[in-house]
Design a protein around this ligand. Sequence first.
Ligand code: GDP
Length: 531
Amino acid sequence: MLDNAPKLPPEIARRRTFAIISHPDAGKTTLTEKFLLFGGAIQMAGQVRAKGEARRTRSDFMKLEQERGISVSASAMSFDFRHYRFNLVDTPGHSDFSEDTYRTLTAVDAAIMVIDGAKGVESQTRKLFEVCRLRDLPILTFCNKMDRESRDTFEIIDEIQQNLAIDVTPASWPIGVGRDFIGAYDLLHDRLEIMDRADRNKVAESIAIKGLDDPALALHVPADLLAKFHEEIEMVRELLPPFDRKSFLEGHLTPIWFGSAINSFGVKELMDGMGEYGPEPQPQKAAERHISAEETPVTGFVFKVQANMDPKHRDRVAFVRLASGHFQRGMKLMHVRSKKPMTVTNPVMFLAADRELTEEAWAGDIIGIPNHGQLRIGDGLTEGETLRFTGIPSFAPELLSTVRALDPMKAKHLEKALTQFAEEGAAKVFKPMIGSGYVVGVVGQLQFEVLASRIEEEYSLPVRFEPSQFTSARWVMGAKEAVEAFVNVNKGHIAHDSDGDLVYLTRLRWDIDRVERDHPEVKLTATKEMM
Ligand code: GDP
């Protein structure tokens, strides 16, 4: 880590916790699969494939939701690579799930940005990149699909620099394009990597080279490609910054590798890059103080809750990022919100398709804790200290609907289902002060459909989402008396969220302006911290 940082215990120092961000189709699933393959977590490429493909369409997504085992196994995967322990945290693919993605990115220390060499920076890449930037996450870039016709290398780099306002340094440089692509020169290790087109799972042949003037290069690279390569490297030296670890760790510089995930090309080099240069488990923020990974007491926070993973057991799994310490199975931790002790007897870690009981975990790891609903997003676990982890926001939903059970006798079940989804973070649920029923809020339309299908699947309860008279929601903040006075004259607009916090539901954008004018002492906010 940075030179002035304390030295971490080796078990913690070898951990790399990261996410992969990309626009759909750039190759995230393929890359993940190769990571697992080289990390020894799966035997054959192709096992993760079903999942990636399922992301494509709504109906497939539903099917995926039903087969939740698969999607969950992919929520956080741990595997060893060389002497490193990688924790790869999955980000949901669809843009409708951006809040979930945002929270996932609070649990990682770095991100890999995958772009398609023919398409460059796409809309979803940009959005996710912005979230990484808010957290100053170091980013490694993988330019994928180099086996196909791709854009000019300088053009791609330039686009990243211009579009994302980050410096780019090539970690490798491609030789040849499209059908003439033969491999890449590893600029960080002076190696020539030659791609094998015949066997997709075969790792490239690696040839050590003594600098760019080594005559050995000519033995492996056709003369015309070699001349162009030398020319381009001259330009790289002139135009692009060299690799600088500090700048990378601060999120100002991204090293880029050129490869082809499907051909297993460039993947190991990227993994090496994550291991060698990637950040060790970083300090985590709580309202009281920063928690450093090397602190001995175990602390961690819930960043994701997934319910009904196994239809036979109505359990939920809370995903906890360990911020510090050495966790052991059977430990008694304090659940900070309720101040109650909690013995963690069956923690799980996810190795590709299996979820396994884990005996121990260290700062930086992600563990799943099955529970019956005590653990919510934003909750902290400690060995007794009161720590409120921060930085896990809840956003005001952009779409609101009312929801009704088609069988009115089952209103209680509906309430239970909605409470569960609210706690999972899958939707916002508001109970208006006046009248019956609920208002449900989400970020994207697709979520209503997924919710309806899950309520029917998991609670055997057909429901209908209908347009709401309200269009947006704001949390109400301010001094107690001012808020009470405000609530009294606006009862028709007031609701409680699932934490019991007050929410103002608006019909028109103008409503918010009016409140701000008439009640200057009340604040309406579009985000709140979950804790
Ligand atoms: P995701 O949506 O980002 O998870 O993308 P996938 O990993 O599912 O890949 C999208 C498509 O691109 C699939 O058809 C892959 O087979 C293909 N693909 C992935 N990597 C490569 C590559 O290196 N070269 C080529 N030609 N195709 C690739």
